[in-house]
Design a protein around this ligand. Structure first.
Ligand code: GAP
Length: 511
């Protein structure tokens, strides 16, 4: 498809709505920005991604167990974790349009425009030199690329410096110096930059006062930290061990855009791996490799992934990296792997007064474990899969189809059972097959419309296999199985269907 990323994203959003994957929340009341609902196909895909993550982390690892902690937690937890004081975004308003922006995002967008210029230069050179083109060398020597890269580096350096020192005046100055204008009013008439806390708060109980203020959790990780000793003791876990959790998180994101990439209510899949102090770098490396293998095991092209190793580390981390995916709007964070030291456990020891140490029976010593965290957004993984699998194809006969080639184990429906006609006993035979399969597989049953249209509808929701029951089925107990990606068909005996579907819809465990 020769279209811009923006156009592609629009098509994907429209497709997600038309085929029951994702709807705008509260749509009939004109919607709520950055809040989305998953439809009948979306919820299946989402459940499948979550289950695959859970299997890979919990079922395949003897030393990782799961929990499901409450969304409401003691407010002091968020003081200890640093979220009350420092979980902020720098905001700026345009005085003319009255629109509010994240100052860092305005600068990020400005940098993106320079990056687009570089990408254009690279594209032009690629077209000129063809096969012989050496992109790395071109980027390192072309004067226009170098000049633009220097600009980017300088802006990043200045912004990071000011951000770290909480010098909000300088961030405003930078925006003005770069002549960044509001996309609505087109003016540079900005307010001061202010810090804005991203946590949603509410009141617990009937009396509304400050001491009853609680927060909707902005990450699931703290539920793991505060339960670490409960799990370690009751599960008799020995270090190294992990605790995994999936669940909702809430952030009052100001910049609402890019569909389900940045939401106010979203779901995380997080795992905290508790290790002996000093061993954390070995495990950090291990989890970086293991998580990347997990992503590639879903058949997504490797070139759509890249690493972003953090140079500037948060105060609690001694190493951190993001797995970035190439969304239609560029490479963006999909998962974070962080070596978080003993920061969180120590903070909870300090604030709760409880001993959260691990006693090592082999060495007879007690210590506060270090933690390596893997944290991925379920909705972002959903979006990555949707973007990766959306294809518009022109077929040999000139007709077109939209197909989602979602990996079969993750597809909302594994198989569609389709009687060729609505007569001659074909629906009854198809229903028999459906009853055989539906206890093990999500099956779609459809008898309305011509078979070709039913195939197309299933292509559009990513159903990998269609089984068609025809007149021959009644005489020899065979059906045709049609493969979504190749559209090839073969005849197969009904007695072999279950085993075949098990084989082709099963993920290979990653180790
Ligand atoms: N416990 C660590 C943590 O929460 P994070 O980088 O803030 O780290 C982890 O979030 C992951 O959660 C991100 O890589 C992203 O996939 C997802 N995520 C974060 N904010 C999100 C949002 N507003 N909407 C959707 N996903 C989000």
């Amino acid at each position: 498809m020769n279209i811009t990323g923006e156009e592609l994203l629009k098509k994907i959003i429209a497709h997600a709505k038309e085929y029951g994957f994702v709807f705008q929340s509260s749509e009939i009341y004109d919607g709520m920005s950055a809040v989305y609902d998953y439809g009948q196909n979306g919820v299946e895909l989402k459940n499948n991604i979550r289950n695959y993550w859970w299997k890979s982390m919990v079922q395949f690892n003897d030393n990782i167990v799961g929990i499901d902690s409450a969304i409401f937690m003691h407010p002091t937890i968020w003081k200890a974790s640093g979220h009350v004081d420092a979980f902020n975004d720098p905001l700026i308003d345009n005085k003319d349009s009255k629109k509010r922006y994240r100052a860092d995002v305005l600068i990020e967008d400005y940098i993106q425009k320079i990056e687009n210029k570089i990408a254009k230069e690279v594209e032009k050179a690629q077209a000129r030199f063809g096969e012989a083109f050496n992109e790395k060398q071109f980027r390192e020597t072309n004067p226009r690329v170098l000049e633009n890269q220097v600009k980017i580096d300088e802006i990043n350096k200045r912004f990071n410096n000011s951000f770290e020192k909480n010098d909000l005046d300088d961030i405003k100055l930078l925006i003005e110096e770069l002549k960044i204008v509001c996309p609505i009013s087109g003016t540079c008439n900005w307010t001061e930059v202010r810090q804005f806390n991203l946590m949603f708060s509410t009141q617990m109980g009937s009396v509304s006062n400050e001491s009853n203020t609680i927060y909707l959790r902005p990450e699931t990780a703290q539920g793991i930290f505060v339960n670490y000793l409960n799990v370690q003791k009751t599960g008799r876990m020995k270090i190294p061990f992990g605790i995994a959790q999936t669940g909702k998180a809430f952030r009052n994101e100001i910049v609402a855009r890019q569909f389900i990439f940045r939401m106010r209510e979203f779901e995380q899949m997080e795992m905290q791996y508790f290790v002996k102090p000093g061993d954390e770098m070995e495990w950090y490396k291990y989890w970086k490799e293991t998580r990347m293998k997990w992503h590639l095991s879903m058949g997504i092209d490797a070139h759509k992934y890249r690493w972003h190793d953090h140079e500037k580390l948060a105060h609690y981390a001694n190493a951190a990296a993001d797995i970035e995916y190439q969304f239609p709007f560029g490479f963006k964070e999909l998962e974070g792997i962080h070596s978080r030291t003993d920061f969180d456990l120590n903070a909870h020891i300090k604030h709760s007064g409880k001993k959260l140490q691990y006693f090592d029976p082999e060495t007879n010593e007690s210590y506060v474990p270090y933690v390596v965290e893997t944290s991925i957004g379920l909705d972002r993984m959903f979006l990555a899969l949707l973007c990766n699998s959306y294809k518009e194809e022109t077929l040999e006969d000139g007709s077109t189809r939209v197909v989602l080639n979602i990996p079969p184990p993750l597809a909302p429906y594994k198989v569609a059972v389709l009687p060729l006609m609505k007569k001659d006993g074909l629906p009854e035979k198809a229903q028999e097959i459906l009853c055989e399969l539906k206890s093990d597989f999500m099956c779609m049953y459809e008898e309305k419309d011509a078979i070709g249209r039913r195939y197309r509808r299933n292509d559009a929701i990513g159903t990998p296999y269609c089984i068609t029951v025809d007149h021959q089925t009644l005489s020899d107990n065979t059906v045709t199985i049609r493969y979504r990606d190749t559209m090839l068909q073969e005849r197969i005996n009904i007695s072999e269907l279950r085993a075949k579907l098990f084989e082709i819809t099963r993920f290979n465990p990653i180790r």
